[in-house]
Design a protein around this ligand. Sequence first.
Ligand SMILES: Cc1ncc(COP(=O)(O)O)c(C=O)c1O
Length: 361
Amino acid sequence: MSHAKNFFAGPSVLPLSVLEELQKDMVDYKGTGLSLVETSHRSPQYDEVHFKAMNLFREIWGIPDNFKILFLGGGATMQFSMIPMNFLSGGGSCDFTLTGTWAKKAYADATKLGKINVVFDGKEDKYTNLPDPSTLKASEGARYFHMTSNETIGGIQWKDWPETGDVPIFCDMSSDMMSRPVPFEKFGIIYGGAQKNLGPSGLGIVVIREDMLDKVNPDITAYLDYRIHASKDSLYNTPPVFPIYAMSLVLEKVKAEGGLEGVMKRNAEKSALIYDAIDNSDGFYKSPVNPAVRSDMNVVFTMANEELEKEFLAEASRRQMYGLKGHRSVGGCRASIYNSLPVEDVRALTDFMQEFKKAKS
Ligand SMILES: Cc1ncc(COP(=O)(O)O)c(C=O)c1O
């Protein structure tokens, strides 16, 4: 069976070897006679997988000991609610950077619970640009400073972080989690859905600095309370067993292939290949975003007209290159080139881009 090339934005590419291992162990997990997904989450078999995933996540990304790693249900969207419920209820305020669709979704939920200061809104540039982080300041009394590190739909990515003093940065890193080193000391919370760089969907990962737990709204219900999940190592209730299991296999592979350094090297190669293909196309392919903030994860590009884009997508599909259609809200094309996408698949795409351009010029 040939495996297609997967440029979907999420759920997205998983290593073929991980899919095969999941398939192999799905019915009989390591000779136990049961599948792991029908085994108690209190069993020694699951315990080993759960803590392996957590420990590898910390080790590979270099997360300091004063942060807890939480595995929660509800993906990243759950965190859009959970963060303000924990930190804004009771009249608190926070800062927000409005950088695109995802930041605005997080913002919409936060406005229901507290006062929000918008410190940047990219509306005028149609969310194709980001400010110099050194020009941003946190507001007096803000409980946190919210950012979206990579806008999956708009294809823009913060390359550096603002200096926010005592106000911790809370950041949605759904679509570039563990793709580069992060200065953890600036962050109070880093969160995201697993389904881009790490595993299947349905799993929300939250990296929370321990002192944040002292600031949680004490009247919150159990599942929404970060303190409960932190004190129970994310085993307060039944965790999303399957995505955590799959992620543990992805992380083992990442470690075997050079850890974060290896990821960064492959990602740099992939993004250079595709942006070079765009920039060297004499304007046949165009990137609508400011080159300084181009995403290394989601590459958006357009062509002269929609007809041409349709033809491109149809031919790409014929070649088993899937997921290249831009998000319905912005149109155009988008190649998501997450951590698990092989460099060869990006090379196949850029070869096709050149061929298509030649055929149409
Ligand atoms: C940046 C960003 N934030 C949040 C989400 C929502 O994630 P979930 O579907 O896991 O709730 C997505 C999903 O694509 C995303 O790209």
